[in-house]
Design a protein around this ligand. Structure first.
Ligand SMILES: O=C(CO)COP(=O)(O)O
Length: 256
């Protein structure tokens, strides 16, 4: 049984007061999501204050990116050691906005994934096809390439600390959500790739999240798919009520 991971990717949003308020609101109602694992991923500059606002509540702390070195002359970057020092447990890697706006390649994502794992951070490695790739019937090929490239040389032990997120690029921030069939098809394909690379027992333990316009009104349907093990939520994670409603849907599915 995989515990659903309900992760909020705040992207480049909030400010000091807003981040504190959002984190406190989620922390104070974390019990509504019992049976799931809650995670918030604020911008790096707010990691400390969000960590303090969470306090002892059952809410994890994640970052949205990392530089694959422990320290050194890399102006403007944040290292794996710095994230660990701040109490960060997870890091989102290879998000489509970083791939497509900032030009990250599978090789970059792979370097970051291996560095994060080495430092003891749990990577959430994102994959997902563009609309034109889906329309050209290339979804499976693209996902396979990103899986192979981004997770190259990840050992069996390391994959057990890794989370995969399927985020179809055309569904991110657009209000267009993948149908449950579209999501399940890719998730099952990813599980098969994990089985081929490692083995069935290990593949069964890995969580594969769906991301792309997850909202309270579509969460239960998506999360009840056999290979959808949680959600990576953008817009709706900025409202505590919506984020917790999605988590409650995850909790309901986990119990059933
Ligand atoms: O990119 C996402 C999460 O990482 C999804 O964003 P939205 O939920 O806003 O579509």
């Amino acid at each position: 049984m995989r515990t659903p991971l309900i992760a909020g990717n705040w992207k480049m949003n909030t400010d000091t007061a807003g981040a504190r308020q959002l984190a406190s609101a989620i922390a104070s109602r974390a019990d509504e999501a019992a049976g799931t694992e809650l995670l918030v991923c604020p911008p790096n500059v707010y990691l400390s204050l969000v960590r303090d606002a969470i306090g002892d509540a059952a809410v994890g702390l994640g970052a949205q990116n990392v530089y694959p070195e422990a320290n050194g002359a890399f102006t403007g970057e944040t290292s794996t050691d710095m994230l660990c020092d701040l109490g960060v447990q997870y890091v989102i890697l290879g998000h489509s906005e970083r791939r497509h706006i900032l030009g990250e390649s599978d090789q970059d994502v792979n370097k970051k994934t291996l560095a994060a794992l080495k430092a003891g951070l749990r990577p959430i490695v994102c994959v997902g096809e563009l609309l034109e790739e889906r329309e050209a019937g290339k979804t499976s090929e693209v996902i396979r390439r990103q899986f192979e490239g981004s997770l190259a040389n990840v050992s069996e032990e390391q994959i057990l600390s890794t989370v995969i997120a399927y985020e179809p690029v055309w569904a991110i921030g657009t209000g267009k959500v993948a149908t449950t069939e579209q999501a399940e098809e890719v998730h099952a394909d990813l599980r098969n790739q994990l089985t081929s690379r490692y083995n069935a027992e290990t593949a069964e333990k890995i969580r594969i999240l769906y991301g792309g316009s997850v909202k309270p009104d579509n969460a239960e349907q998506l999360l009840s798919q056999p290979n959808v093990d949680g959600a990576l939520i953008g817009g709706a994670s900025l409202k505590a009520d919506d984020f917790l409603a999605i988590a409650a849907a995850g909790a309901a599915v986990a119990k059933s």
